[in-house]
Design a protein around this ligand. Structure first.
Ligand SMILES: [Fe+2]
Length: 305
């Protein structure tokens, strides 16, 4: 009986995973993306390289700009899908959700027909800095609290969102659950998608001394909609800082490949937010993601033929 229930649950998850994938594909999101950083705009304005299938922006940086910049973003949207990755929603925070801001995000997502909006499964400190994302206590109470905030967000936005496994530098204040059980419980209760960041797993695995593969395999893969990969800064052998300011290192490439093998190929962004080199220097990493995707899609088709 128990075995039958487990099988039914597994099949249910697989069906939902298929629906998610289908939804994202219908929204035109596939392949490899790059963040639309201001430093890269002149090069991308003249031509978006074929290797770049989509662009990602932080709505906070574009909402309400209008005018020439709004038109510029619209021109990019005519050429590629634009994913919205939020920075400041603070899903785990104590302050009430900023529903006025969420109304603006909805308008932005509609205006640019964004196929996906994602946010961090963490909370910002008072000054909302990117590197001050803090872990949520991994407790049942926090599961209900965060899931309710995600549900409210999804109601206002009238779409499902994806939440990203975060990197952090202080351990969760209370941990009744493992982080992966916490993530799974939040996603199930909120019925939202997983935005998987493989570099965040790697950075946390070094800083908190755990096995990144084990963590990856324990995640609810059937809910993955989107992946980030990035470089980081090595402050010390046991302290990595998630700067997105360097090339992706080999152990993170290996973790990305492992994620594709385990869960399938998903739209993947090369995150580069600091030390941004000329576009042509980022393209080899974009192309490496594309090659990995093509290689694994081919082998999965062959396996199913
Ligand atoms: Fe990320």
């Amino acid at each position: 009986m128990r075995r039958q229930q487990d099988d039914e649950q597994k099949i249910g998850r697989q069906v939902r995973g298929q629906e998610i994938r289908l939804g994202i594909e219908l929204a035109g999101l596939r392949g490899v993306g790059l963040g639309l950083r201001s430093e890269l705009i002149p090069a991308l304005r003249s031509r978006i390289p074929d290797a770049i299938d989509f662009l990602e922006v932080a709505p906070e940086n574009w909402i309400g700009l209008g005018g020439a910049l709004g038109k510029e973003l619209q021109r990019f949207r005519e050429q590629r899908p634009i994913v919205a990755h939020g920075l400041s929603l603070s899903l785990g925070g104590l302050a009430p959700l900023d529903e006025v801001f969420l109304g603006r995000v909805k308008h932005f997502l509609d205006q640019y027909r964004a196929p996906l909006y994602s946010e961090h499964l963490s909370y910002c400190s008072d000054d909302g800095q990117l590197y001050d994302l803090l872990p949520i206590p991994f407790t049942e109470e926090a599961v209900h609290y965060v899931a309710a905030r995600i549900r409210r967000t999804q109601d206002i936005l009238e779409r499902r969102i994806a939440v990203e496994n975060a990197s952090y530098y202080v351990a969760a204040p209370i941990a009744e659950l493992s982080e992966t059980d916490f993530i799974r419980a939040v996603l199930e209760e909120a019925d939202c998608l997983l935005h998987l960041d493989v570099n965040n797993i790697y950075v946390n695995s070094v800083n908190f001394d755990f096995d990144p593969s084990e963590f990856l395999h324990a995640l609810p893969g059937e809910r993955i909609a989107y992946i980030h990969t990035a470089g980081h800064y090595r402050e010390a052998d046991d302290l990595l800082i998630d700067t997105h300011g360097a090339a992706v290192i080999e152990p993170v490439w290996a973790l990305l490949e492992e994620a594709y093998r385990r869960f399938g190929v998903f739209p993947t962004l090369l995150e580069r937010d600091f030390n941004i080199p000329p576009l042509e220097q980022l393209l080899p990493e974009v192309e490496r993601i594309a090659q990995l995707q093509q290689c694994l899609e081919k082998s999965s088709h062959a396996a199913h033929a």
